[in-house]
Design a binder for this molecule. Structure first.
Ligand SMILES: [Fe+2]
Length: 226
């Protein structure tokens, strides 16, 4: 999906190597949300909100995110974490996701789930989700499984996310709009990649116009560049 000038669209959409080519048994859904693109990416990369925003469905996911690890490998952010109780005893929930910059997220917690995002304008984003079937079951059972995940996401999860995200200030986010903590390591890495992409775009634009590179320090907020 490309919302910009068709003449400037090049290359293949970002994707993950090794992900099943077949979409048999998958269920997809697309949505348009009144959110800024950086805010949507913050939400996608925020593992820690789950036991607070989705408490009714956070079976086994405690409020303490520990251990937590977010690392960069090229343009891919790898995130792993465990939501556990304060004491470390009792149930816990492990999470593992990857985000290929700018906005292809692969969750590998139970079955693969792909979340794609694209900015429509400054205050609207397009979301596309693909739920994969549980492996080792019949095509029909797989389809029912992936459909049930989609249903749960849209009916039970999205409304709670929207209540928080659409009331968060400032509505237009950016790297200067947040006070990031340890659990936001993946968000910090995303802004790092956004800043890098913005600098590259600025440099390419300046080179095209003047034949020279961009002025040092010309980078604006990465939040408006994603
Ligand atoms: Fe959520």
């Amino acid at each position: 999906m490309w919302w910009g000038d068709p003449a400037t669209a090049d290359g293949e959409p970002p994707w993950f190597d090794g992900l099943a080519e077949s979409t048999v048994g998958c269920t997809t859904t697309s949505h348009e949300w009144p959110l800024s693109f950086p805010r949507m990416m913050e939400a996608i990369l925020d593992l820690h909100h789950f036991p607070f925003v989705h408490a009714a469905f956070a079976r086994g996911a405690g409020p303490r995110l520990d251990p937590y690890r977010a690392v960069l490998d090229g343009d891919v952010i790898h995130v792993e974490g465990r939501l556990r109780t304060e004491s470390g005893t009792g149930p816990s929930q492990d999470f593992r996701t990857r985000v290929r910059f700018p906005a292809v997220m692969l969750s590998e917690t139970k079955v693969p789930v792909i979340v794609l995002g694209a900015p429509i304008d400054e205050r609207r984003v397009w979301l596309h989700l693909r739920f994969y079937p549980r492996p080792g079951v019949s095509p029909l059972a797989g389809r029912i499984y992936s459909w049930s995940l989609k249903w749960a996401e849209e009916i039970l999860i999205f409304p709670a996310d929207k209540r928080v995200l659409l009331s968060t200030e400032p509505a237009l986010s950016g790297e200067d709009a947040n006070v990031l903590v340890h659990a936001d390591g993946a968000i910090a890495l995303w802004y790092k990649l956004a800043a890098r992409a913005f600098d590259a775009a600025q440099g390419a634009g300046a080179s095209a116009e003047t034949g020279a590179g961009a002025e040092p320090g010309a980078r604006a907020s990465a939040g408006s560049s994603a």
